[in-house]
Design a protein around this ligand. Structure first.
Ligand code: HEM
Length: 411
């Protein structure tokens, strides 16, 4: 059942502002812009669960409180009118609760298991990365700077998404447009046009996916679509399968791009650790984990209370919005020693919340790790160390990465 978020009266809002002065002063820019991370550190120390009027809800910044919100037993829901991901991408695993969520996710668990990922996609990831590096052309190979996001990380994520879903090249070329139409409807502006575009994109992508499911039954292949199309045991209709494939595609684009860029960005700032990882590639696993902790590609997670709940000692009534700052939780000194320091050998980096926690924990995390490793390994093998010629500090409210990052081969 989709519920509506409760209205908070002006009186209640005023009382909460008084109780949580730091939260009351926060702006959305504090959550989005580079250089404002210190505000979140201060908040975590003094008001780890706070009322943030600019958000129209509660903000959680400590790791313990965040785990309470994301815990499978917390009375939280995503089936809410105000869930913009649900409005944009439609009902599917990420926007469903309980049994309905589990039924939709179950068929995808096996294809995303670690050993299946390596087996099915290891070589494809490497081949794709090498193809894109070929396409950079002789100038980039000779040391001319290139745009890491536009020329490599973004097409790498998009093309891999297309491969995963078994899309034709023509349909893969449309992924960028689908993606921007979905993402466009996830920012509240009050303008109905972005939602109309998302509705059109959803219908068009669904048509492509339904055709793909049919084609995969006629001639089974390696793709995820083919795997779920040819498994009759799960009992999901083709419309339901297409809905999950939509979120798989959406979930695998900006996140992967950010993971590759943020890891290289942080390594470039720590040349000793970069040299160590280039020398001993087994360190790349720890490096990417630590990069995702310090700069989480998904920086903000949304939930709504389904019933009254106490989070880290703060009572939150039913049907209110609770935002988790993954960025703040991942820098919690109670869990991560010297949290602002980048350390590729940090033993507990994988205990960050970058892949979330609980029932909605990222389905694609093994693939994400394999893709990040595959992309960076190929870049280093072919271009050697990448010198950062120009980079903006990573920022973003929901997704965090450098808006600009130009690099040059140093070979
Ligand atoms: C570094 C890259 C990635 C990051 C940081 C990331 C992060 C996340 C996070 C934080 C969530 C949970 C959101 C929530 O709790 O509300 C999530 C869920 C999900 N992710 Fe990822 N993701 C990444 C890559 C991928 C890839 C490559 C795929 C698939 C190919 C994928 C598919 C999904 C799906 C299907 C869900 C929904 C799971 C559910 O609701 O049960 N993700 N991801």
């Amino acid at each position: 059942m989709v519920i509506a978020q409760a209205d908070v009266t002006a009186q209640l809002d005023a009382a909460r502002r008084e109780q949580f002065p730091r939260g009351a002063a926060l702006t959305l820019d504090d959550l989005a812009l580079a250089g404002r991370e210190g505000v979140l550190d201060d908040l975590r120390e003094h008001e780890p669960v706070t009322w943030m009027p600019a958000l129209g809800g509660w903000l959680v910044t400590s790791r313990d409180a965040a785990r309470e919100v994301l815990s499978p037993t917390a009375p939280m829901t995503v089936e809410v009118d105000q869930n913009m991901v649900r409005n944009s991408l439609g009902p599917m695993m990420l926007t469903s609760d309980g049994e309905s969520h589990d039924t939709q996710r179950r068929p995808f668990e096996a294809p995303f298991r670690n050993r299946d990922i390596e087996l099915r996609y290891g070589e494809r990831i490497a081949a794709l990365a090498h193809r894109l590096i070929d396409d950079l052309g002789p100038a980039a190979h000779a040391g001319e700077p290139f745009d890491l996001g536009a020329r490599f990380a973004s097409p790498f994520a998009v093309l891999m998404g297309g491969e995963l879903l078994g899309l034709s090249l023509t349909d893969t070329e449309r992924i960028d447009d689908f993606y921007s139409d979905f993402a466009g409807a996830m920012e509240y502006t009050g303008d109905p046009e972005p939602m109309r575009r998302a509705d059109v994109a959803r219908a068009e992508l669904t048509a492509v996916l339904l055709e793909e499911l049919e084609a995969a039954r006629r001639s089974p292949g390696h793709s995820l679509t083919s795997q779920v199309a040819n498994d009759a045991s799960h009992g999901l209709s083709d419309d339901e399968l297409a809905a999950q494939l939509r979120v798989v595609l959406f979930g695998a684009i900006e996140t992967i791009q950010a993971s590759v860029m943020n890891t290289l960005y942080l390594l470039a700032q720590h040349p000793d650790q970069e040299a160590a990882a280039m020398d001993d590639r087994t360190l790349l696993g720890g490096a990417q984990e630590e990069a995702r902790r310090l700069i989480p590609p998904v920086s903000f997670i949304e939930r709504w209370t389904a019933a009254p709940v106490t989070i880290a000692g703060i009572d939150v009534p039913a049907h209110e919005f609770v935002g988790v700052s993954v960025l703040a939780a991942n820098r919690d000194p109670a869990h991560f020693d010297d949290p602002l320091h980048f350390d590729l050998a940090r033993a507990n980096a994988s205990r960050s919340l970058s892949f979330s926690f609980g029932v909605h924990a990222c389905l694609g995390l093994h693939l994400a790790r394999a893709q990040t490793t595959g992309a960076i390994t190929a870049l280093w093998d072919r271009l050697g160390r990448l010198r950062v010629v120009e980079a903006a500090e990573p920022e973003g409210f929901a997704f965090r990465k450098p808006a600009v990052m130009r690099v040059a081969s140093q070979q």
